[in-house]
Design a protein around this ligand. Structure first.
Ligand code: AMP
Ligand code: MG
Length: 368
C-alpha cells in the first residue's frame, strides 16, 4: 500500500490516473465524484469515490434512489480507512508497523482483521511454493517501493535483504491470534493482498445492507455484485500494460471478483530496462516473463492474493497453477517479439472475454 501523501504529485494527477486504472466499463459509465450519476431511466448507476490506501476507491451502485444509498456507500468507504489504518506499510502507527517492531521480541496478539489476512497469506505462500511471500518486505524496500527513491539495489544489498526473507520464519497461532517472528530481521508487507481483503469487506457491508447491484473498485481490485441496469454483468476492462489503447479486452463479471496486477503500476526504469514492483522472493529481483495478470475468482482477497504469485511464476508455471486451482481463472499477458504480445485466457473465461477490435494487430489470444 502506498501513502496518499507520498503518492501525491507522482506520475500523473490521481484523478486522471484513477480514471484510467479503474478499468470499469459499466453501461453508462459511472463517474468518480460524490454522488455523480448518469442515465435518464429510473434505475441508474451512481458512484462515490475517495482516496485511500495510496490510490483511489470507487463504489458504484445501481439504484433508483441514490439518496438512500449514500449512507451505505459511506459505510463501504469507511472500510478502506479502517483496513489502511491496520495494514499500511507507510506509517509507523499501523498495526502492521507495530507487528514489525514487536513480533521478533515476543509473541504478540494481533487484530482479528490482520489475522484473517495473515492466515490467507500463509496459505498462499504454501500453495504457491513461496512465490507469494509477505516477508518480501526488505526486498520491496530495497528497490524503493516502500518509500524513498525507486532504485536498483546492488547485488550485496539484495543478498542482505534476501537473508531476511522467508515465511517459514513467521509463526501464527489462530486460536490465540498470536504472532511471532523467528528472526529480528523479519518484516511483513501485506501490500500484495490487503486491497483485495478490503474490497471483500466493503462489498459484504453493501450486501448485508441490502445493496444487490454494485461494483466496488480499489485500483483494479473489484467485486461485482449483481449487474448494472440493462446489462447481464459489469463489463470490466483489462488495461493494456503497454498503454497503446486503454483496454485490450472486456470481461463480463457478476457475483464475482476480479483483479489485475501489472508491471505498469509501479516500476523503476534504468538503463532502458523497467523493473516492476512484484519481486521474486527466491531471486530478490522483480519478476519478468509476464507484464499483466488478471484473476477472476469468488473473492477479491483470493484474486489479489493470486495475481501476485502468478506474476512471479511466469507464463508456463502460472498457466499450470491457474488451471489447477478450481476457484481461480486467469488472463496472463506475455510480452512477445515484434510488438505482438500473447494474451493467455483460461478456457473457463473464453465465452466471457471480448477482445477490443483495435487490439487485434498487437495481441494474439491463446487459450489454456
Ligand atoms: P499487487 O498490488 O497485488 O500487484 O501486489 C504488489 C505488492 O505486493 C507490492 O507492491 C509489494 O508490496 C507486495 N509484493 C511484491 N512482491 C511480492 C511477493 N512475491 N509476495 C507477496 N507480496 C509481494
Ligand atoms: Mg496482489
Amino acid at each position: 500500500m502506498r501513502d496518499p501523501a507520498v503518492n501525491r504529485g507522482r506520475v500523473r494527477p490521481i484523478v486522471a490516473r484513477a480514471m484510467i486504472l479503474l478499468c470499469v466499463l459499466p453501461v453508462g459509465v459511472a463517474l468518480a465524484g460524490s454522488g455523480a450519476s448518469t442515465g435518464a431511466t429510473a434505475r441508474r448507476t451512481v458512484s462515490w469515490a475517495a482516496r485511500t490506501m495510496g490510490t483511489y476507491v470507487r463504489v458504484t451502485v445501481a439504484t433508483d434512489d441514490s439518496a438512500a444509498m449514500s449512507p451505505e456507500a459511506d459505510r463501504a468507504l469507511a472500510v478502506f480507512r479502517r483496513v489502511d489504518s491496520l495494514m499500511s506499510n507507510w506509517t509507523a502507527t499501523s498495526e502492521v508497523a507495530r507487528i514489525n517492531r514487536e513480533a521478533a521480541g515476543a509473541p504478540t496478539r494481533i487484530e482479528p482483521e490482520v489475522g484473517v489476512v495473515l492466515e490467507a497469506s500463509l496459505r498462499l505462500w504454501r500453495e504457491s511454493r513461496g512465490a507469494f511471500d509477505i516477508t518480501v518486505e526488505p526486498l520491496v524496500r530495497a528497490w524503493g517501493f516502500l518509500g524513498g527513491p525507486r532504485r536498483v539495489p546492488s547485488d550485496d544489498e539484495i543478498r542482505a535483504a534476501l537473508a531476511r526473507v522467508g515465511a517459514q520464519r513467521i509463526h501464527y497461532d489462530p486460536p490465540t491470534r498470536t504472532l511471532r517472528f523467528d528472526d529480528p530481521g523479519v518484516r511483513i508487507d501485506l501490500g500484495g493482498i490487503a486491497k483485495g481483503y478490503a474490497v471483500d469487506v466493503a462489498a459484504e457491508s453493501l450486501k448485508v445492507h441490502g445493496v444487490s447491484d454494485a461494483l466496488v473498485d480499489l485500483s483494479g481490485n473489484m467485486v461485482a455484485l449483481g449487474r448494472p441496469p440493462g446489462a447481464g454483468g459489469w463489463r470490466i476492462g483489462i488495461r493494456d500494460p503497454r498503454d497503446r489503447i486503454p483496454y485490450l479486452a472486456r470481461l463480463a463479471i457478476t457475483g464475482q471478483a476480479i483483479s489485475t496486477s501489472g508491471q505498469y503500476e509501479q516500476f523503476v526504469a534504468r538503463d532502458g530496462r523497467s523493473y516492476g514492483h512484484i519481486i521474486d522472493p527466491r531471486t530478490g529481483r522483480p519478476s519478468e516473463g509476464l507484464i499483466s495478470v488478471t484473476v477472476v475468482s469468488p473473492s477479491a482477497m483470493e484474486c489479489d492474493g493470486w495475481d501476485t504469485p502468478l506474476f512471479v511464476m511466469g507464463p508456463v508455471e502460472a498457466r499450470r497453477k491457474a488451471r489447477q486451482l478450481d476457484h481461480v481463472a486467469g488472463v496472463l499477458i506475455e510480452p512477445g517479439a515484434g510488438g505482438v504480445d500473447t494474451m493467455w485466457v483460461e478456457e473457463t473465461l473464453r465465452d466471457r472475454l471480448v477482445l477490443e477490435p483495435a487490439a487485434r494487430s498487437f495481441i494474439r489470444v491463446r487459450y489454456f
